[in-house]
Design a protein around this ligand. Structure first.
Ligand SMILES: *[C@@H]1O[C@H](CO)[C@@H](O)[C@H](O)[C@H]1NC(C)=O
Ligand SMILES: *[C@@H]1O[C@H](CO)[C@@H](O)[C@H](O)[C@H]1NC(C)=O
Length: 357
């Protein structure tokens, strides 16, 4: 009965439980049955997070929901007669990520919410990249997700049919990503998750990896091996997207792919710009580094809250953007088109505001 202690949904769940019992008791009496169904639907509409699928499944089977927003993996496996499949299964909840096509399943630790905010930002950028069309035309299209977290971005790319490499240093998150891969019946290859920290150190160096304070998730230090993006033999000459969410170590990640950038093998880059995390000194130069050393063709700042792209950014904007983001501590997303031949970008943007917004 793991749902009882979900404080924010406790009442809804009890109410739901009651409704389901009513439906069961009312089998003989169609009037009460219809009334109960209508009332249940009204109540369930208030619990916005319940999907129609789950709702109809519950009404059909009279099953009690294990959780209000997700499906307990344990519950599912037990019904299939699978029993205990893996040690930490009772802690895992599956979300249907169906706010854009193609939908996929995301496994989280029970009680945690999926990272909707960053997901929205990725969605906005992905609209611009036509990822699904691109990967359906050519399934060898490579997408790299560094700092995969729960895998929100990499799993979406996998659902699009791309060849996906996810890198995540924290073992707990890697376990959840592996569960997600199983839930979606993805196979490896083309979907690969590696428990490593991407760094510009010699590959296979063991480091103590601790996400900086404020980066979200576990901050416990783990011992992990490093890997350079330049040391991987990629299955394709060109890499369509490199996404980085490295909580302040973006520069290290980018430097580990020096040759890939020099050979112009990476087409689109986007990263979460959090210059108040990690080595703050080196991050002052991050945007200039991307512009000058990586030969960015066009750079944009996605302002998450309003889903507006500002840009194209020019060096004059960098100090203002750096200071603004550092002071307000709001995540900024930077999208970079690296294609050297591009003479214009299709991004629908607004001029970067130099005054305070
Ligand atoms: C479930 O999570 C809790 C808290 O994170 C942890 O203490 C416990 O060991 C986990 N249980 C399993 C079976 O992994
Ligand atoms: C997954 O990628 C890693 C490199 O990060 C590679 O060493 C490994 O062989 C790949 N696994 C599969 C199944 O392709």
């Amino acid at each position: 009965m793991s749902y009882i202690n979900k404080t924010n949904s406790g009442y809804g769940t009890l109410c739901l439980h009651y409704m389901v019992s009513m439906v069961r008791a009312a089998k003989q009496n169609w009037f009460i049955l219809v009334l109960a169904c209508v009332t249940s639907v009204l109540v369930l509409r208030h619990l916005a997070a319940i999907s129609d699928l789950q709702l109809s499944r519950m009404l059909l089977n009279g099953d009690e929901p294990e959780t209000v927003v997700g499906t307990d993996i344990d519950g599912e496996k037990t019904q299939e007669g699978g029993g205990m499949v893996e040690d930490n299964k009772p802690n895992e909840t599956v979300f249907d990520m169906d706010n854009r096509e193609p939908a996929f399943k995301l496994v989280t630790r029970t009680g945690d919410k999926p990272p909707i905010d960053s997901d929205r930002a990725y969605g906005k950028i992905l609209d611009e990249l036509h990822l699904q069309e691109t990967c359906q035309q050519d399934p060898s299209t490579v997408v790299i997700d560094v700092g995969a977290g729960l895998g929100t971005f990499g799993l979406y790319a996998a659902a699009c049919g791309c060849t996906v490499y996810m890198f995540e240093a924290q073992p707990d998150l890697v376990k959840l990503i592996r569960s997600s891969i199983r839930q979606n019946s993805f196979t490896s290859p083309p979907v690969n998750v590696t428990q490593r920290a991407v760094m510009d150190l010699a590959s296979d160096t063991t480091i103590d990896f601790a996400p900086p304070e404020g980066a979200g998730g576990d901050t416990e230090s783990v011992s992990v091996e490093t890997i350079r993006l330049d040391d991987i033999s990629w299955p394709s000459q060109s890499i369509y997207v490199l996404k980085i969410d490295a909580a302040g170590t973006e520069l290290n990640v980018l430097r580990s792919a020096k040759n890939l950038f020099a050979q112009r093998r990476i087409r689109h880059l986007f990263f979460e710009y959090t210059p108040w995390l990690g080595n703050q000194e080196s991050q002052k130069n991050l945007l200039s580094y991307v512009r000058r050393d990586l030969k960015a063709r066009f750079m944009y700042n996605l302002y998450r809250t309003e889903e507006i792209f500002y840009g194209p950014l020019v060096p004059m904007h960098f100090p203002t953007l750096h200071d603004r983001v550092s002071q307000s501590r709001t995540e900024a997303d930077i999208y970079v088109l690296l294609d050297g031949r591009a003479t214009k970008s299709s991004i629908n943007s607004q001029p970067f505001p130099m005054n305070n917004r």
